[in-house]
Design a protein around this ligand. Structure first.
Ligand code: B12
Ligand code: SF4
Length: 512
């Protein structure tokens, strides 16, 4: 008889303040939860993994003393700004529950495994994707006494752990897995997911990785090449979202009854030069018709979709209403500097074309690129408002595993500390030293020393100055966040009304 093992999967609270986070939890934990369930269900499995997924942005802060009582395995993910909270929960958990198995992973802890092991006291950090390894790894950790684990863990690749001498062992990467090794994400394991507290949107993954390699982005390191899921997997995932919405677990608009689905791909429509992928996406988009009824779909794409009327028509017919477009900058020099292969004039034409076709275009912009001064940033705001309905804005932010991250040889950016001085005295990164102020890595301020020189003058946007520039820039935009805020207010009012109705029903005396 298989032993029941309790697993808590945690996505810690973010500091970004964006409403999207609450609306649409990321999928990493959903796929890992399914992977564990499938692993338990094979014949002869020694453990039955019972899973709870706790999204702190949805369900509030976890109290490790109360909420990890009886839990055997804690799995924590984190994006950069969620890292301080991830480390706080993990280190408290280690202190309170010394036998608890703690696993870390995701795009932040994966490349910075030494830091995660040191600060979060993780037993193991998994690098890159984990659906293939999570079951065998959990079995191994449960079966092996702590004192003998290092020897056993050496047999697995793509993980980091501490050996018997306290040194971090970093195993070579594993091969990339099929992007739909796990077919269906495990929404049903999400804590507090009920018709009274539905998700604001469903999430759909149709590909992993990217055909591009923009210098500020970590995707190529984390997910490597572009990998589509199988067409039948897409349809099965769409059917799952229809089912969740029918059960009241995804919020429906009171106006037209539709529900939102965010396609979380980095690049949903591949560029036209990637002919094979582009043709495949076109035939799938056409095939979606009839499966996506009642859905309002949102996806991330390049502007050149505006020059591809066939694809755009297929998207519109399938219910794709909103497009996030990676615009980044209107300056050709900036785009070249970050290896974004697009030309501003063409982008302008394409964005206007998409708008006139009927899409709600959200222009995603980055400011603080090497050739931006304040005047250029304000011009970008004016242009972005002309060519898109909504916008998002970020200041350039260094991410691990990109060329911007400080390198041991002095390359990369020099990081700031919380007060705007240089981290560790010289801007270097040390996994065992002073930690970067990750909670500020939200794209709302510069977290590195600004070395840009514009017109012969140092730009010198400090932590404080960059915040002011950002605020002035944002004031000129129509941020997409305001739309999400409205949806949230509506959802909150609905939840309050339902709670009041329930109270009233309970208050009616029962007739005998
Ligand atoms: C969609 C998306 C968003 C959406 C998320 C909404 C949603 N529900 O999907 C929105 C727009 C809100 C968003 C916001 C941000 N994002 Co974003 N986003 C993505 C994107 C494109 C896809 C995420 C995804 O679903 N991936 C697929 C899932 C399956 O992968 P995963 O979650 O990483 O999990 C897998 C592995 O990493 C691993 N794993 C993960 N966690 C764990 C834990 C354990 C214990 C184990 C064993 C394994 C493991 O196993 C999982 C399965 O294989 C990624 C790029 C990418 N391809 O991942 C960027 C990405 C994750 N985002 C990024 C960033 C920087 C941000 C922002 C900070 C930007 C900002 N300035 O505000 C914010 C922060 C949000 C927050 N809450 O803190 C970076 C993260 C870099 C970093 N080191 O943190 C990425 C990688 C893109 C990039 N620029 O490089 N994002
Ligand atoms: S196109 Fe987007 S996901 Fe792809 S490398 Fe560039 S920024 Fe990253």
């Amino acid at each position: 008889m298989a032993r029941t093992v309790r697993v808590m999967l945690l996505q810690p609270r973010s500091t970004g303040g964006n409403f999207e986070y609450v609306a649409i939890p990321r999928q990493g934990m959903l796929f890992l939860s399914s992977a564990l369930r499938d692993w338990s269900e094979r014949s002869g499995a020694p453990y039955r993994y019972e899973r709870t997924i706790w999204f702190e942005d949805r369900s509030g802060r976890m109290d490790p003393a109360r909420d990890l009582d009886g839990v055997d395995i804690l799995m924590i993910t984190a994006l950069v700004n969620e890292t301080p909270r991830a480390y706080e929960v993990a280190s408290q958990a280690r202190e309170l529950w010394p036998d608890l198995i703690i696993l870390g992973g995701g795009p932040q802890m994966g490349p910075l495994a030494q830091e995660a092991i040191h600060h979060a006291k993780c037993d193991v950090v998994v690098q890159r994707e984990a659906e293939d390894i999570i079951g065998p790894l959990c079995d191994l950790l449960l079966e092996t006494p702590r004192s003998m684990r290092a020897n056993e863990l050496r047999k697995l690749d793509g993980i980091a752990f501490t050996d018997d001498f306290g040194q971090v062992v970093q195993r070579p990467f594993r091969r990339m897995i099929p992007s739909d090794l796990v077919k269906i994400p495990d929404y049903r394991a999400i804590k507090d997911l009920t018709p009274k507290n539905p998700m604001a949107a469903g999430v759909l993954e149709t590909s992993r990785g990217c055909t591009e390699s923009c210098s500020y982005c970590e995707v190529i390191q984390q997910f490597v090449g572009y990998r589509m899921v199988k067409p039948e997997t897409e349809l099965a995932r769409i059917a799952q979202l229809q089912e969740l919405a029918a059960d009241g677990l995804i919020y429906r608009s009171p106006n037209d009854g539709r529900f939102a689905v965010f396609v979380s791909d980095d690049l949903h429509a591949p560029p036209r030069r990637a002919v094979k992928f582009r043709n495949e996406r076109l035939s799938r988009a056409r095939n979606w018709k009839g499966h996506t009824d009642g859905m309002f779909m949102i996806s991330q794409n390049r502007a050149e979709l505006g020059s591809d009327p066939e694809m755009a028509d297929a998207f519109l017919a399938a219910g794709m209403g909103m497009l996030y477009i990676g615009v980044e900058s209107s300056s050709a020099e900036n785009l070249a500097a970050v290896k974004k292969r697009q030309a501003p004039d063409q982008m302008h034409t394409d964005l206007l074309a998409l708008g006139s076709m009927g899409f709600d275009v959200v222009a995603m912009t980055i400011i603080g690129l090497p050739y931006d001064d304040e005047a250029a940033v304000m011009r970008l705001a004016e242009w972005a408002r002309q060519v898109s309905r909504f916008q998002t804005a970020n200041l350039l932010t260094p991410l691990p595993a990109t060329v911007n991250w400080p390198q041991p040889n002095g390359g990369g950016m020099r990081l700031l500390n919380r007060d705007g001085g240089l981290l560790n005295g010289d801007g270097s990164y040390n996994p065992y030293g002073e930690l970067p102020p990750y909670e500020l890595f939200t794209g709302r301020q510069f977290v590195y020393q600004d070395d840009a020189v514009i017109g012969g003058e140092p730009r010198n946007w400090t932590l404080q100055r960059s915040r002011e520039v950002m605020q002035a820039y944002m004031a000129k935009l129509r941020p997409i966040d305001t739309l999400y805020e409205r949806i949230f207010r509506l959802m909150k009012r609905r939840a309050e009304r339902l709670a009041r109705e329930e109270q009233r029903e309970l208050a009616v005396p029962m007739r005998v």
